[in-house]
Design a protein around this ligand. Structure first.
Ligand code: SAM
Length: 352
């Protein structure tokens, strides 16, 4: 079972959400970190995420226009207390308005931290421009440094583009550059060792993320996903790891300091979303590319801010709807509960 030590809600969900102050839920958690999906489209077809033929993309008229999105970002930062914004997707680099949205976010007061999660394709050409627009940091997804395995996992032969993107991000000062890896059930433990050696050698920070039941095909099986403890065991056979002393706060990653011999040192984070859920420390709220607020990756209910805005709602009404959506956030994601039901939207359409 998922261990969620949140006690009982301080106020029942039938009490109304507070009209001002922090973006809080009934358990007292405060959301300060906004994940914004800019598109559900992607130029890779990672086997654990999307089918080879892609998905039925969201129709253009359902996507938030740049002005609608920047309005919601303003409401989030100036009224709801959001202090960090991460742009994601789909693949955010295929969204043409990315630089404009980053620049608009950077002009907000108080200025939030602005980060990006990307597969890195096309980043080599855009990293410096994104930095100038106001991007602070970047996470690049990379599940293996072996070219053949990369092509097998992503169904695209693009490893050199990703490696060039990583280099450009570092050169542009988008640091610390983090590498996100979801491990392949067959080769993943070997990939993890090679990835850590690669990341430590290049000054990138590796984050290994347990695979979650968010694939479009609903084919996730617990027995096939590599658990965080197995990753740690595999890494310990090659590196000396000791717990990082920095306080973890709301970070999903458990951090380890790595010593792999002379000149080989750095950190690695393990994100055990399934086997050691961290929902009690969750500080996230999510906005999909079609303007739906989700209070959890695994939520089965969404709040339609796009419709609200297009029907003429003022900022007070949009703020109230966002607050109400977060107020009823569940205690935990429920993956480990017997009655767990995977959400209809896959990860690519929610924003990872
Ligand atoms: N396209 C961008 C990228 O590749 O980083 C952003 C979106 S992608 C959905 C964000 C992250 O979610 C990637 O690191 C990807 O590996 C991860 N991801 C996708 N499906 C996942 C799943 N079922 N479980 C865990 N992580 C997943």
């Amino acid at each position: 079972m998922t261990v969620i030590d949140l006690g009982v809600p301080s106020l029942g969900p039938t009490a109304p959400a507070p009209a001002d102050g922090p973006l809080v839920d009934t358990f007292g958690r405060v959301a300060t970190d906004l994940r914004v999906s800019l598109t559900d489209r992607c130029n890779l077809r990672c086997t654990y995420c999307m089918p080879a033929e892609g998905l039925d993309w969201l129709p253009g008229e359902q996507l938030l226009a740049t002005a609608e999105l920047t309005r919601l970002l303003r409401i989030a930062v100036t009224r709801l207390g959001i202090t960090s914004v991460r742009f994601t997707g789909g693949e955010p680099l295929v969204a043409k308005h990315l630089e404009d949205v980053v620049a608009a976010t950077a002009s907000l007061q108080p200025r939030p931290e602005i980060t990006l999660t990307t597969n890195g394709i096309g980043l080599a050409k855009r990293a410096a421009k994104l930095k100038r627009a106001g991007l602070d940091r970047i996470n690049v997804s990379l599940d293996t440094v072996d070219a053949a395995r990369f092509t097998h996992i992503t169904r695209r032969d693009r490893l050199p583009d990703v490696l060039a993107g990583l280099q450009a991000a570092k050169a542009a000062g988008l640091e610390p550059v983090k590498v996100n890896a979801v491990l392949d059930p067959v080769t993943g433990l070997d990939d993890a060792v090679d990835l850590l050696r690669f990341c430590v050698g290049h000054g990138y920070q590796l984050r290994i993320i347990e695979q979650m039941p968010l694939d479009a095909g609903h084919e996730w099986q617990r027995s096939r996903a590599i658990a965080a403890d197995d990753v740690l065991d595999a890494l310990r056979r090659h590196f000396h790891l000791r717990p990082d002393s920095a306080p973890r706060g709301s970070s999903p990653a458990e951090l380890w300091r790595v010593d792999g011999g002379p000149g080989v040192s750095g950190t690695v984070g393990i994100i055990a979303s399934v086997s050691h859920a961290f929902c009690s420390a969750c500080d996230r709220t999510r906005l999909t590319a079609d303007g739906q607020v989700r209070n959890c990756l695994f939520a089965r209910h969404e709040t339609d801010l796009r419709h609200l805005m297009r029907s003429g709602a003022d900022d007070d009404a949009v703020e109230a709807a966002w607050r109400a959506a977060m107020w009823v956030k569940a205690a935990g994601h429920g993956i480990n509960d017997p009655d767990f039901v995977q959400p209809d939207r896959p990860m690519s359409a929610i924003g990872g």
